[in-house]
Design a protein around this ligand. Sequence first.
Ligand code: GTP
Length: 235
Amino acid sequence: MKYTRILLKLSGESLMGDKAFGIDNDRLASYASQIKEIQDGGVQVAIVIGGGNIFRGVQAEQGGMDRTHGDYMGMLATMINSMALQAALESKGVQTRLQSAIEMKEISEPFVRRKAVRHLEKGRVVIFGAGTGNPYFTTDSAASLRAIEINAEVILKGTRVDGIYSEDPEKNPEARKFDEISFDDVYGKGLKVMDMTAFTLCKENDLPIIVFDMDTPGTLKKVVSGEQIGTLVRN
Ligand code: GTP
């Protein structure tokens, strides 16, 4: 394996599979199997998962709800997904620890950086729930922040597409996929990888991002093995 410690960012929306809402059990099991595969390969794995399949903070604002209120609801949604993923991993025999950015001690450990690192060293998959614990941040920001805090070598951003394209490949079939691109070029070309807060955090801390297709089983292992797959963003 090319990497020793990674942070995997999963999308909540992808967890829906073909459903309109909530969690698709097959998709969940598929994610758990892929994670187990790389963990068995000796990679230390930390995970941040979004909550968009359950609730999105921005959608609350459109409905007239206070943005901060909606963001907290979104953070709780990530806890539901984190707990589902934790259960799916444990059912496959993977040891896990869940740490929440918002204290909810009956169901999760609080986020303690040093403890998270110890868990990783002991071979446990660590899931970070409840985003950063603050409104106005996304789970991409949480992923960047946690990755930097635990000294992960890379953020692996699992999506439905297999990388970053020059244009939206669904709209323009001529769109070109980048194997590698710099942070500056992503910005200069106006491409979207993560929101700007998350993106700048990675750039300034020299943390590379690999965007790849998480929905095709086996891809995660290839990425972690160092195969040229997906798109690598770095300084
Ligand atoms: P080591 O001491 O490094 O072996 O880690 P450990 O996680 O096994 O030890 P600990 O005794 O801290 O935790 C045992 C179990 O309790 C684990 O499943 C933890 O996730 C869980 N746990 C620890 N702290 C909390 C907490 O504040 N709330 C909840 N709900 N569970 C916790």
